[in-house]
Design a binder for this molecule. Structure first.
Ligand code: PGA
Length: 258
């Protein structure tokens, strides 16, 4: 694993955007795995800027989002469909038919989940997966105790996640309690993974994911099993890492800056 520590959220987002841009320059029809939440907002803003100012081309790109709330219509302002459209898709030249986001309103979740997994494979698998991390250590909505081999399915959200996400809703009671989410096993099949995190609220989860044991209690810890993972975090999110000095020493001596 590579651990990149940046002073600001803007720098964190720029590093991530450069990695996405390099991926698309090397493979214009790359398949991207995308995340929602406040963490990737700066990354998406920077990708939109790169598209407008530097001509970063998404015309052949395919995307798969990690998750969606069960029960929210696509047009609901807190749905992840809406989030992706507002913050990225409507500002870039990605064809609509290349965008995949789990459905929160299908009447057959089992069939939908199987189809979603199949579509990822049929599109050649995910080249680059972008992740955030929950304060409970989750990736996507793989809450504590999720199988590390899990596939796309419905999960019941943890109380901590509902509390964390209540800030986006009028009241905690409005936060859906179920989500449809790619599994840990699905995520681990991506060729390359970058995980972004910022803020003190994530420090404990980041430390456990990187330095703790591999455990279903912190599903991000499963990334230790992947051969190409980069954590890009700000100083606050890095503040509980025991070996921070070592990671920074590696970062300072990298042959290729990320
Ligand atoms: P956040 O959520 O980006 O809104 O902090 C991250 C997550 O829950 O994975």
């Amino acid at each position: 694993m590579e651990i990149i520590v940046k002073d600001t959220v803007e720098e964190m987002s720029q590093v991530a955007a450069r990695i996405v841009a390099r991926t698309l320059n090397a493979k214009p029809n790359a398949v991207l795995g995308l995340a929602t939440g406040s963490t990737p907002l700066g990354l998406y803003k920077e990708l939109v800027r790169m598209h407008r100012e530097d001509g970063l081309d998404f015309s052949q790109v395919t995307t798969f989002n990690l998750d969606e709330y069960v029960g929210l219509k696509q047009k609901h302002p807190q749905s992840y469909h809406y989030f992706m459209d507002e913050n990225l898709f409507k500002h870039i030249n990605i064809p609509k038919q290349n965008i995949y986001i789990p459905s929160g309103t299908t009447d057959n979740y089992e069939a939908f989940c199987a189809w979603y997994e199949r579509r990822i494979c049929e599109c050649g698998g995910i080249d680059l997966q972008v992740l955030g991390i929950g304060s409970d250590g989750h990736i996507a909505f793989n809450e504590p105790s999720s199988s590390l081999g899990s596939r796309t399915r419905i999960k019941t959200l943890a109380k901590q996640t509902i509390d964390d996400n209540a800030r986006f809703f009028a009241s905690p009671e409005e936060v859906p309690i179920y989500a449809i989410t790619m599994g840990v096993g699905t995520i681990l099949e991506a060729d390359r993974i970058i995980l972004l995190a910022h803020g003190k609220n994530k420090a404990d989860a980041v430390a456990k994911a990187i330095e703790g044991p591999v455990t279903s209690v912190i599903t991000a810890s499963a990334l230790q099993l992947h051969r190409d993972v980069m954590y890009i975090v700000d100083r606050e999110a890095a503040s509980s890492l025991d070996m921070l000095e070592y990671y920074e020493w590696i970062q300072d001596n990298m042959v290729h800056a990320p």
